[in-house]
Ligand binder design. Structure first.
Ligand SMILES: C[S@@+](CC[C@H](N)C(=O)[O-])C[C@H]1O[C@@H](n2cnc3c(N)ncnc32)[C@H](O)[C@@H]1O
Length: 255
């Protein structure tokens, strides 16, 4: 069946829910993805959200919204194309819910006034928008509703590489689209997890007896082997930083 974000992520949300509440990994729960999320959070926590109106597009189960909330934003909104993801975020964020607006979107339009948000961000969302027209329409909307800064945390590569549900694009691709809608690239940082990703992918491929669906339980041997390799590979990740993989891109409104 052809990949389409809404049904795909709704099914993933059902599998995440089966793992129990407050599991914020918006896909597979493996030692590698936990590590990658911790590396991402190191960078994400440096952003100054205090007293800002903040929008996360593609908020999934709500883990990033919880982090933003702890920084005391003025207004906090999460939106997602999947109602099931919104439901998960609603359950996960129950204790802070009066402070967080959660909104279902159609994937291409954002129901907010022009420049009504100081900051907008996406975290591993656009690289799951494989349809170029959908990507451009969504990015135009993100630029329309944002006054100051847009943070994109997406996988990038030196040329376009398309998979079933993922597409990695060069930074320049995002830069061109954002430029057309009035934002310039002011910072790039690679969150290098190259060796860990490679090792974990090889382990998963060699040890998985059948093709799994994203978010399904992982064989315990895969978990044990990934865990055993991570102490070494995470050291290598810090020593050799390749220019690809999960990338922080900061765009600011042109003067
Ligand atoms: C890999 S998950 C990431 C979730 C969250 N950002 C995080 O880091 O935990 C991707 C999320 O983006 C949502 N999504 C994908 N395409 C979208 C779109 N065009 N508009 C809004 N949400 C979208 C999916 O439903 C899913 O919840």
């Amino acid at each position: 069946m052809k990949y389409s974000p809404r049904p795909y992520w709704t099914e993933v949300a059902e599998r995440i829910q089966a793992r129990g509440l407050r599991n914020f990994l918006a896909g597979d729960d493996t030692p590698f993805y936990r590590y990658q999320r911790s590396r991402f959070l190191e960078e994400f926590r440096k952003i100054n959200f205090r007293d800002k109106s903040v929008l996360e597009v593609g908020c999934g189960p709500g883990g990033n919204l919880e982090v933003i909330h702890s920084a005391n934003p003025k207004r906090l909104v999460g939106c997602d194309i999947s109602q099931k993801m919104i439901d998960l975020a609603t359950q996960n964020l129950k204790s802070i819910l009066p402070d967080v607006e959660l909104i279902l979107t159609d994937g291409v339009t954002l129901p907010f006034e022009d420049e009504s948000m100081d900051i907008a961000c996406t975290v591993t969302v656009l690289h799951h928008n494989t349809d170029e027209e959908m990507l451009v329409r969504l990015m135009r909307e993100i630029c329309r509703v944002t006054r100051e800064k847009v943070f994109l945390f997406e996988s990038t590569s030196n040329k376009i590489k398309a998979g079933e549900s993922t597409i990695t694009r060069p930074i320049g691709h995002y830069q061109t689209i954002m430029g057309e809608y009035g934002f310039k690239l002011t910072e790039v940082k690679y969150i290098s997890v190259f060796f860990s990703r490679l090792t974990s992918a090889v382990i998963t491929r060699l040890m998985s007896l059948r093709k799994r669906k994203e978010g399904e339980p992982i064989p315990s041997m895969v978990i044990a082997c990934q865990r055993a390799c991570l102490p070494l590979t995470r050291l290598l990740d810090r020593c050799f930083t390749g220019q690809r993989g999960l990338t922080k891109m900061l765009f600011e409104q042109k003067a």
